[in-house]
Design a protein around this ligand. Structure first.
Ligand SMILES: NCc1[nH]cc(CCC(=O)O)c1CC(=O)O
Length: 347
């Protein structure tokens, strides 16, 4: 079907139905509406496979479990744009669909949330305060694998569900703490539950976050120039460039499977020959499932374009692969091929 010649006056915005997805969509529409007051934005919310199937381990559900149904509606023109948590978007999109823009990022870090009882008692401030055998909930291989090596005394247990469900399980089902993304908690006004932020500098043992965590990805049809133009009003270019670098690391390393990769990006101001230069620092880690092996590295480069960001991510991924990450990934893929079910998935 050809692109309609008259510009659209109503924009159909697709989203998942979770409270977080709806809140994120509302935030995007607020900004779009301010930039384009003449347009009407309609929210079309639907459940995806990841929302419906709450028991199959996430890696077994395959890629696109949070996105495929929405992308089908985008391709068939029932939707004009889809708002995703960028970290739930596969690094390769279906033919005809593209990542049209990335908006301003919420805090990308992972955080520790203690159970209500612990929070009220006030005894524990950080993960390292927890006693031997304490139970920490996470539904993410990346989180569990990184934390296992740094906190060998802790027991990691799967906890699935949307943010409200996980918080309830944390409080009622015998967990001492759970690990969540700061972004989701902050956007849903649960910020007061955040006890500790985890990053590469965390004292006692840190954690690199998921690719794209805290950012929103707006997906459009590749041939929809009109929609791409409209989205320029909500694009955050530095975030988009950083996220393209992160996604490139993942795309280069994954080879068909979701794997435990953590990343961290930062824009640094550096003086060089009397000139201020903005450089992107990209850190990444690949961990074995049990946390016993890990390979990490970083690059700092002057980056001005998405293509340069992708090249940078690829370079870092190749360096890590050569340093042993490939072996770790091959072992994980072998385990999956032989049917060894993973306990936790990277949600
Ligand atoms: N897969 C679940 C998911 N997808 C996006 C977020 C949080 C928001 C974000 O990371 O952008 C979460 C919850 C979590 O991991 O705590």
């Amino acid at each position: 079907m050809a692109t309609p010649s008259a510009p659209r006056t109503t924009i159909k915005v697709g989203t998942r139905r979770s409270a977080l997805a709806l809140r994120q969509t509302e935030l995007v529409i607020e900004t779009l509406q301010r930039a384009h007051p003449h347009l009407t934005f309609e929210v079309h919310a639907m459940a995806t496979m990841g929302d419906r199937d709450k028991t199959t381990p996430l890696p077994a559900l395959g890629k696109g479990l949070w996105t495929s149904e929405l992308e089908a509606k985008l391709a068939s023109r029932e939707l004009d744009v889809v708002v995703h948590s960028l970290k739930d978007m596969p690094t390769s999109l279906p033919a005809g669909c593209v990542l049209g823009c990335v908006t301003a990022r919420e805090d990308p870090r992972d955080v520790v949330v203690f159970s209500k009882a612990h929070q009220e008692a006030g005894k524990f401030k950080t993960l390292k305060d927890l006693p031997q055998g304490a139970v920490v909930g996470t539904s993410s291989v990346r989180r569990a694998a990184q934390l296992r090596s740094k906190y060998p005394g802790l027991v990691f247990r799967d906890v699935r569900g949307n943010i409200e469900t996980r918080l309830r399980k944390c409080d009622e089902e015998g967990f001492d703490a759970i690990i969540l993304a700061a972004a989701g908690l902050l956007r849903l006004n649960f910020g007061e539950r955040i006890a500790q932020y985890l990053d590469s500098n965390t004292e006692g043992g840190g954690l690199l976050h998921a690719v794209g965590q805290g950012a929103l990805g707006l997906e459009v049809r590749e041939d929809d120039q009109e929609m791409k133009e409209l989205l320029k009003a909500v694009e955050d270019t530095p975030t988009m460039i950083a996220c393209f670098a992160e996604r490139s690391v993942m795309r280069t390393l994954e080879g068909g499977c979701s794997v435990p990769i953590g990343v961290e990006t930062a824009w640094l101001e550096e003086e060089e020959a009397g000139q201020k230069k903005r450089k992107l620092r990209l850190r990444a880690v690949v961990v074995s499932l049990d946390g016993s092996q890990s390979v990490d590295g970083e690059r700092i480069e002057e980056i001005d374009s998405l293509a340069q960001a992708e090249a940078m991510g690829k370079e870092l991924a190749r360096k890590l692969a050569g340093m042993g990450a490939q072996q770790i990934l091959d072992d994980i893929n072998k385990g999956r091929a032989s049917g060894a079910a993973l306990k936790v998935g990277d949600a």
